[in-house]
Structure formats: C-alpha cells, structure tokens
Design a protein around this ligand. Sequence first.
Ligand code: RRO
Length: 315
Amino acid sequence: MIMKKIDVSTSINGIKLPLCIMNASGVLCTTDQELSNLLNSCSGGVVTKSCTYKPRKGNVSPRYFEWNTGSINSMGLPNLGINFYLNFLEKKEINKPVFLSISGLSIEENYFLIQKANGSSKVTAIELNLSCPNLLEKEDMLSYNFYKISNFIENIFKFNKKPLGVKLPPYFQDTHIKNIALILNKFPIFFVTCINSLPNGIFIDTNKESVVIRPKKGFGGIGGPIIKPFALANIHKFYTYLRKDISIIGCGGISSGKDIFEHILCGASAVQIGTQFMKEGISVFRRLKKELTFILEKKNYLSIDNFKGKLKVFQ
Ligand code: RRO
C-alpha cells in the first residue's frame, strides 16, 4: 500500500510554520523554562506571553480556574518585561517562527514595544494584543473602540517594519466585524488572531456559593470548549471580510483534532491552544498533530489548503 504524505504545515502570509498548531499567548509561555519547552516541542511556532515594558506580577491569586468545559482567568498580564523576552531569544537557537506578543498599558507604550521588537532579528512577527480583558488599570479595551484602533494602527505602520498581526476579542455583531475588517484591510497587517477569551464572565462554586477567582470580584476571561462556537463564528466572518492575504490564526475552544479541522474549515490558516495546553501540558501538540493528520487521511485531504475556508452553508 502506498502511504500518502499528509502535510500539516502552513503559511501565515509567507511565514512558514512546520505545523499549523501552536500555543496561545498567556499559557505556559512566560518563563525561560516554559519558552524553552515550547522551542523544544513539535509546536509549529512559539508565542510569548504578552509583555509590557516593565515586568509585572499580575493580579492576586486565585486568578485561574478550570472546569470540564471551560476556564476563567484574571491573570492581569503577569510577564517578565520585554527585555527578558528579547534577551531570551537572543541567546537561543531558534528553529521555528517566534511571535512576540505585546500588550502595552498605553498607546505610547505599545509604540515603544513595537519599536523595540523591530530591533530584534530573533522575532519573526509581532502579535499585538488588543484584547486583554483583565486589567485593573484601564477599563476600556482598544479593540472595542473603532475610532481609536484605526488611528493607532495607522501610526504603527508609519514606522513598523516587522510582520505584525493583531489579537482580537470576540465580536457579537456582523457590523462590528465588518467595521474592524474594513479598518484592518487598509494596512499591511500580516494576520489576525481571533479570539481572545470572552471578557467578563463569572463561574460559581455552588457549594461555596462563591465566585472562584479573587480579582475584579470574580469576573474574568472565559476560555475552553464552551467558547468554540464564538471562535468559529468570528473566524468565519473575518474570513469573509478580510483581504485574502491577511491570514487568520484561530484560537478558542480547541481540545481535539476535530476542533482544529473546524477552525480551518472556517478559514483559519493556523490555530493556537490555550486552556487545553494548560490542562494537558506540552504533549498536547503531538497528540493534536496526530488527530488532525488522522482526520485528513480519512477525508482524503493532503494539506490544509484542500479545505481551508470551505465551510458549506445552506443556500
Ligand atoms: O493576562 C491576562 O489576564 C490575560 C490576557 Br493579557 C489576555 O490577553 N487574555 C486573557 O484571557 N488574560
């Protein structure tokens, strides 16, 4: 029997990933040890924890909780500061694309961080996080402010030379996604990562009659299997409205190869794993690669391009 070679590599607007599966920013990608584990794993790329200029401890604990079908977090952007990430990359042998996630506390801080990232040859691309739901210091999320976001991105492309993408929150209206896409389409954006956690949920411990995390009176970002339908919907809509050369990185609710298949069917060129990576650890990438390859084999697809964005809808 001749075995067909199934190709699960991908390209993010020309950035080649040996595997279309990587970690989501925030999960096990903050410290030297965690990032080294990712570099040594079979993940297709490495995304760093969103960083600020100064190191941050983040919010008080407990700040993460998970149950069968989801997770809630209010980490509050704990990170070791941009210099740590750039120095870490400088001293490492890099064998796959590295996405430096940045999340400045102000627009000016973001310009500064982008400028710094531009100075490092080890950073393949910048993932600009416009959607952190958990900051105590600033209540409004830039990605829900269409006027500010447009002006902000326009200024970035006056100086930025690195491949850059944006990480977006979930949107719940067609017009919102259309408007964001219209803005992004005006700029040489490389990719869009959607979605970040669903902002401001609560989870309740019924026995204790209490919330489960301490910051912000128990409110936090929701991730895991329960958010998959929102991730798929956002990916599918962005796929229709974005310029075709802007790649979509799907994130939200992936715990199996079947979930990845669905993200790609909606238009994702690659996917990121958050809650399930937290639950399962570094071996998750090998398992998911195997499961995805098995599905492609069964369906007689040789690469992800055979079905990317080809979700059928009723006429
Ligand atoms: O650190 C966090 O609280 C956090 C961030 Br920056 C983010 O983008 N998404 C999230 O769920 N948590």
